[in-house]
Ligand binder design. Structure first.
Ligand SMILES: Cc1cc2nc3c(=O)[nH]c(=O)nc-3n(C[C@H](O)[C@H](O)[C@H](O)COP(=O)(O)O)c2cc1C
Length: 189
């Protein structure tokens, strides 16, 4: 029998969600750097810090980054004032052998960035729907060095009335599986 104490659970985990409506307001450099600073402190295998983030805030770059996304993401994410591309370095820098934890570590860095963004009043929406080759090109990176992992739209939550009816219906927080479907003591069966 699970006994979560919701009073002890930090509200930041529950309050975070991924909206699709963003305000166009530019994000001050200090806030952007504070988000990346949080990502910087994420744990990683051998402390390799295998993540690389590139970002777009200028109109021309935002257009290029938007073009990286799948069409269904472009429809809403094009309104975000900041778009980030996240990459995982394929090999350990220490010995040039494949780093099998780089993707896991990059996910941790993404979550740190996201929670810091939330603390500053922004929302993040991760996207796996994008073209990896376009992401590499937009960031000026090489496939032999990194794996494109994610596009992240960041900004303050916008007015959902500016969105299509279809998207408006999706602008709600998602549910989660219960603990007893994802956590097991010892062996599953
Ligand atoms: C790695 C990753 C890829 C995702 N890809 C997309 C995507 O391509 N398009 C989209 O609209 N949402 C995408 N999402 C958002 C998820 O659908 C969302 O996080 C999930 O439904 C839980 O909702 P919440 O983040 O609002 O709690 C992605 C999230 C993650 C972490």
């Amino acid at each position: 029998m699970r006994t979560t104490n919701l009073k002890k659970l930090d509200q930041m985990f529950v309050d975070r969600w991924s909206p699709r409506a963003f305000k166009k307001d530019p994000i001050p450099q200090e806030d952007m750097d504070t988000m990346f600073e949080a990502a910087r402190w994420a744990p990683s295998s051998y402390n390799e810090q295998p993540w690389i983030f590139t970002y777009a805030i200028k109109e021309n770059d935002l257009k290029k980054y938007t073009d990286v996304m799948a069409e269904f993401n472009q429809k809403w994410a094009c309104t975000a004032p900041m778009l980030v591309l996240g990459f995982a370095r394929k090999n350990f820098e220490r010995n040039d052998i494949p780093n099998n934890w780089a993707e896991f570590d990059t996910g941790s860095a993404f979550m740190s960035l996201t929670l810091q963004a939330e603390k500053l009043g922004y929302r993040c929406h991760a996207m796996g729907g994008f073209d990896p080759d376009k992401a590499l090109k937009a960031a000026g990176l090489d496939e032999k060095d990194v794996k494109p992992m994610v596009v992240i739209a960041i900004g303050k939550h916008g007015d959902i009335k500016t969105m299509s009816e279809d998207l408006q219906k999706k602008e709600v927080q998602s549910d989660r599986k219960p603990l007893d479907q994802i956590v097991f003591e010892g062996k599953i069966s």
